[in-house]
Structures are given as C-alpha cells and as structure tokens.
Design a protein around this ligand. Structure first.
Ligand code: S3P
Length: 443
C-alpha cells in the first residue's frame, strides 16, 4: 500500500475520553471460530481493520456466510466445517489471520493456497507448518516455509507439541487443527501466551484442559469436538490503547481515558511496566464482558524513569515494545528490554526499525540480537530531538509509535506509509486528533 506521509508535531496537552478499537486477536478468532462452528455467531465490537477484514473474506471463501450488520456488528453462519476455496486466500498483512486459518483448514479434506503482502510473504511459516505436517497435512510451496504455499488438509493424527518459541499463533493453529482429529491435540508452552483461543474454544462449547506443570503450561483438547455458534462482545485492544496512553504520559498537561480495554493479564505487560516506570495510570469501572475482564484506563502526564523489563514478561507485551521504547526515550535513565528476539519476525524487524528511528531522533539506543536498550533523555530540560522521517516497511506499530514520539519531541516526526495503520487501528488519526494531537499530511 502506498500513501503520502504523515507528520506528528508537538502541540498542547492531550485530553479526553476515547474507546479503544476492538481487539485484533479476539476479532480474528471470532470470525474463524464462527465459521468453524455450526449455527449463528453474533459479534459486537469487531475490529474493522484491514487484517480482520481479510479474515472475514477468507471465511467466506471457506464456505461460511459472513455479514456486516452495522458498525462492528457482524454475523457469521458456520457450516460446522470448511469447504475447498475456489481462489487463493490472500491474508494481506495478517500473520495471525494466515497462521490460525492454516491450522483451522488443515483438518479438512481440501487444498488451499495462501498468500499475503510483501511483509507477510517474508515471515516464517514453518513454525506453524512443522506441527501441521507432523499431524499429516501436506504443504507445497517455496523453500524456507514462506508464502505463497498450498496446504492439503485431510484426516490428521493427534499431536503433543512443545512450542519451540512463545507464540499464541502457533499454539492456536495446532489446537484448531486438533479439533478435527480423533485424538485431539496437546500443546505445551514454555511460557504462557495470550489465551484467547482457549477461552473462545470454551465459549463455543468445546472442552479444553489447562494445567500449569513444572515444565510449562499444558493445554489439552480432546478430538472430535464440534463448535456451536455463540455471541461475542469484542473487548477494546490493549495493544491499540497503548498509543493514546503513552502519548498522554509523555505530553505535558495531558489526561486521557481509554474506555473498555481488555485487562487479560497475558496482554497487559506494558501497563505493568509503565507503572514501574512511575506512570500515573489508573484503572476504573472494571467489569467482565464475554468472559474477559475489561476496564477504563486513565493516563496523566508523568515523569517516567528507566527500568529493566523482566524477559519473562515479553509474551504479555510482545507487540508493545515499540511504543514502550518511545516512552523510554522520554524517561530518565536507561530502559533494558531483553528476551525480545520474536520482535524481529513481526510485520517488520521491529528491533531494527525502532533502533533506527530512535537513533535518527537523537535518542541513545543499543541494539542486540534479542535486546534493545533505550537511554532516556529525561524530558523537560533535554527533550527528545525528533525531526526524523521514518521508514516503516509497512509496519503499523512502527508508524504509530514514531508518530506518538513526534507529539512530544522538539521537531516533528514523519512516517512513510501511514495507510498501513488501518491494518490494526483504522481510526487512529481521528482518535488522536480528537484528543488534541497535531497529526497531518507531511508537508
Ligand atoms: C497474536 C499473537 C502474537 C502477536 C500477534 C497476535 C495472536 O504473535 O504478536 O500480534 O493473536 O495470537 P505470536 O504468536 O507470533 O507471538
């Protein structure tokens, strides 16, 4: 996608109440589970971002009826299984979409060809294909496990699979494939990752057993279980809420409330870390919606201090390190982020792009294979210089992170491909300008 650049510059304080867009992880799953289930699934608050719309189109291609009833309101009519698609499935930029759909499709007697945009075609798929092949799926495609590829599904064998990396996408793909086997599937994760698949399987009537043992978390799903359509209210996405929250923390005089944010502890590592950095971040109106805890988060401008982020926290905030690096740039002292090698295989190599963007903006930064250290400028007397034009390589979170930085840095910040922000946060510019942010077309 190409578009004109976007610039963010320093203005007055940010103030107001906003609603976080629907959670991307839950939105993909709602459509995929709805299509696998028999009967009607009604979804409220679906994230209508590009990534999720690709999953909606994919579910139609696999035979489900997927209709938009109104803003965020969708209905999925599943047939209790997938049919062979007539055309290539293009998942766009969405790693979650393609990996979960490949897992879901592998248990049916069909062939499907998957592709995506340049970023997705460069991302590793063997992490999902290896267990699926072990279960009996056949994969034809480029060497090295990159898209495009064709998956031939069928009668799969049961599997007990220890994840080689902390990945909720791989866990979910194996569990979805396991649904359609006689013996089911078992996944052992060394560190717990987001558990939306486990929760949603239960919401659709399947039985999932989760046990914490000395060697990790064991997730077991009996085979041959069928899913029944249900109602889903999608909570606000903490990964998107992170942007207005950090913007308020680094912009003097700000107070911003983001309503309805998902508080699942496997997703909120960023908020824990910001509190440790001294953020004035408070929670109110905590409630349960569709089996998930949600609440309203209020952030007020704060002088942050650098911290060492425990590496074991990484799975609960893996998408939030780019915006944490921005918060760290305005803090006093250094922030150490370790055990974050997975960041290099996201929509872009996020360690490299954040290190480049921060360095170009006058921030001290050190990049290691699996770590990033940011030396804060301490705000106030020595603000972040800014003034860089950032190459985002089509990565939405790299774009939003640098734009947030531009709201509080000395000189404006620009990004090259703001159109990609719509993959996860379609109303980002309107939401931020509504709070008072100075965001506009690059001069
Ligand atoms: C996701 C899992 C994470 C995360 C991604 C969404 C999911 O990826 O980065 O944005 O919905 O399961 P990994 O499983 O590759 O860590």
């Amino acid at each position: 996608m190409t578009s004109a650049g976007l610039t963010a510059q320093r203005g007055g304080p940010l103030r107001g109440r906003v609603r976080a867009p629907g959670d991307k992880s839950v939105s993909h799953r709602a459509l995929i589970f709805g299509a696998l289930a028999r009967g009607t699934t009604e979804v409220e608050g679906l994230l209508e971002g590009e990534d999720v719309l690709r999953s909606a189109a994919a579910m139609r291609a696999f035979g489900a009826t997927v209709e938009r009833l109104g803003e965020g309101r969708w209905r999925v009519e599943g047939k209790g299984g997938f049919e062979e698609p007539a055309d290539v499935i293009d998942c766009g930029n969405a790693g979650t979409g393609v990996r979960l759909i490949m897992g879901a499709a592998a248990g049916f007697d069909l062939a499907a060809t998957f592709t995506g945009d340049a970023s997705l075609r460069g991302r590793p798929m063997n992490r999902v294909l290896n267990p699926l092949k072990e279960m009996g799926a056949v994969v034809l495609g480029r060497s090295g496990g990159r898209l495009p590829l064709t998956l031939q599904g069928g009668k799969l064998k049961t599997i007990s699979y220890r994840l080689p990396m902390a990945s909720a996408q791989v866990k979910s793909a194996v569990l979805l494939a396991g649904l359609n086997t006689a013996g089911g599937a078992q996944v052992i994760e060394p560190e717990p990752t987001r558990d939306h698949t486990e929760r949603m399987l239960r919401g659709f009537g399947a039985e999932v057993v989760v046990e914490d043992r000395d060697d990790g978390r064991w997730i077991s799903l009996a085979g041959g279980q069928s899913l029944t359509g249900t109602k889903i209210r999608v909570p606000g996405d903490p990964s998107s809420a992170a942007f207005p929250i950090v913007a308020a923390l680094i912009t003097p005089g700000s107070e911003v409330t983001v309503e309805g944010v998902l508080l699942n502890e496997l997703r909120t590592g960023l908020f824990t870390t910001l509190k440790e950095m001294g953020a004035d971040l408070t929670l109110s109106n905590v409630r349960i919606e569709s089996g998930e805890e949600v609440g309203d988060l209020t952030a007020r401008h704060s002088q942050l201090k650098g911290v060492e982020v425990p590496p074991e926290r990484a799975p609960s905030m893996i998408d939030e390190y780019p915006i944490l690096a921005v918060a760290a740039a305005f803090a006093t002292g250094a922030t150490y982020m370790r055990g974050i090698g997975e960041m290099r295989v996201k929509e872009s190599d996020r360690i490299a792009l954040m290190a480049a963007g921060l360095a170009a903006s006058g921030v001290g930064v050190e990049e290691e294979p699996e770590a990033l250290t940011v030396v804060g400028t301490g705000a106030g007397n020595h603000p972040v210089k800014g003034g860089a034009r950032v190459v985002t390589k089509g990565d939405h979170r790299i774009a939003m992170s640098h734009l947030v930085m531009g709201l509080a840095s000395d000189a404006p910040m620009s990004v090259d491909e703001p159109g990609m922000i719509a993959t996860s946060f379609p109303g980002f510019v309107e939401l931020m300008t509504g709070l008072g942010a100075q965001l506009g077309a690059e001069a």
